[in-house]
Design a protein around this ligand. Structure first.
Ligand SMILES: C[S@@+](CC[C@H](N)C(=O)[O-])C[C@H]1O[C@@H](n2cnc3c(N)ncnc32)[C@H](O)[C@@H]1O
Length: 383
């Protein structure tokens, strides 16, 4: 990992991996219909180790946007693409500004501002509100306070628009029990109720609550949470919270989540091997994955599959008939749960007579979003 500049901050490597995948897919889809604006509200550079900032969120975004525009222009579609990079601190801003000037072009307009973004929400909203423009907003502060709903509300309300927020779940779960800390802006006025929880239950509830508040504030249809692990311990560091009003966005983001999950294990196995070698002083003959240890992700996936399964069955119990698309949306909002999981359960339920499927065009037709299939609840389930 040393060559890529991410040693000892592999969580940033994974964050950037996910952001790149999401932006690559989303900007290609949306760029064919809209002009695009990208706003990095907490740009940095922060702990960048490469001279060209290819290991920063803004460096990655600009590269992705430029490539996407070049590709679309070969198909006679050249959207206007502009980026606004915001940094509060003087010293990193100086570097950011120099970078912005060097990248500003007729293909991708790049502008940097030395702002505390919370004091310039109106300016950001105005910047994003040009006609036929789809804005992407990244909010990646160092701690948790700037992720508070009141701090970012006007950005959440941008329509059209999509938002990704870094939720520092590891800090929050550590401090939520501290009587002096106030998490109401992040987790709602009733946040002290979370203090009765601990471990993975607490972490799940924190992420879920934040997603609900984001959804409500921005009137989003879907909010997903992509977990990012710590490189050197079996724990999650933060979640990338993604809010969209379109199911296609969920598909794109879940695909980024799945690939980031796989990459997490590659990166962490490499870190673990390096640490073992440093401790023992011996070179290992095994490949990284042989001795790789991880429990947390598996536990999250297991627990969330159960939660999602219960959620879908409850929908079916309450309503009798539910469009597949709604079951899909219910299930996929859980981290580490994918369409393949939902299809496994629906197959099982159909076999055991818990549900029947209405609207299949032929008996073996796969359940798919947008195909008009409806799940009908027929009886008690073992779930
Ligand atoms: C976690 S770093 C950003 C890392 C960057 N997004 C990346 O992935 O490469 C957070 C940055 O936001 C800046 N920052 C903190 N509060 C800010 C604010 N209110 N407005 C703008 N920038 C802020 C910090 O100075 C720091 O450079």
């Amino acid at each position: 990992m040393t060559e890529s500049g991410y040693q000892d901050r592999e969580q940033s490597e994974l964050k950037h991996y996910a952001i790149r995948l999401y932006l690559e897919a989303a900007t290609r889809i949306l760029g064919s219909a809209w002009d695009l604006k990208y706003v990095d509200c907490c740009a940095g550079p922060w702990l960048s180790a490469t001279g060209d900032y290819s290991d920063t969120s803004f460096g990655i975004a600009i590269e992705v946007l430029r490539d996407m525009r070049r590709e679309l222009s070969t198909r006679n579609r050249a959207p206007r693409v502009e980026c606004l990079l915001i940094e509060k601190e003087k010293e990193p801003f100086r570097k950011l500004e120099a970078f912005a000037k060097s990248k500003d072009s007729s293909e991708v307009g790049v502008r940097a501002e030395n702002w505390d973004f919370t004091g310039h929400l109106d300016d950001i909203v105005r910047y994003c509100s040009t006609p036929r423009t789809f804005p992407f907003i990244l909010i990646d502060p160092k701690g948790w306070k700037l992720a508070g709903i009141s701090q970012i509300s006007p950005l959440l309300k941008l329509k059209p628009g999509e938002v990704v927020v870094n939720l520092m779940s590891s800090f929050i779960t550590r401090f939520v029990n501290n009587e002096a800390s106030d998490f109401s802006d992040l987790l709602g006025e009733d946040f002290p109720e979370l203090r009765s929880l601990s471990g993975t239950e607490l972490e799940f509830a924190v992420v879920r609550k934040y997603c609900e508040l984001i959804k409500r504030e921005g009137n989003y249809a879907y909010v997903c949470a992509l977990p990012v692990m710590k490189p050197d311990s079996d724990a999650f560091n933060f979640y990338l919270i993604y809010a969209t009003r379109h199911p296609k966005g969920v598909e794109v983001f879940k695909s980024a989540e799945k690939r980031t999950e796989n990459q997490t294990h590659v990166v962490r196995a490499d870190v673990q091997k390096r640490q073992r070698q440093e401790r023992s002083g011996n070179f290992e003959l095994f490949s990284e994955d042989v001795l790789y240890r991880e429990r947390k992700y598996q536990q999250l996936a297991l627990e969330n599959r159960e939660r999602a399964k219960r959620g879908v069955i409850q929908l079916l119990r309450e309503r009798g008939q539910v469009p597949y698309d709604e079951c899909w949306a219910e299930a996929l909002q859980f981290s580490a749960v994918y369409q393949t999981d939902l299809r496994t359960w629906t197959d099982e339920w159909e076999r055991e007579g818990t549900i029947s499927i209405i609207g299949r065009k032929f008996p073996s037709e796969l359940l798919r979003r947008g195909h008009g299939q409806v799940l009908e609840f027929r009886g008690m389930s073992t779930v």
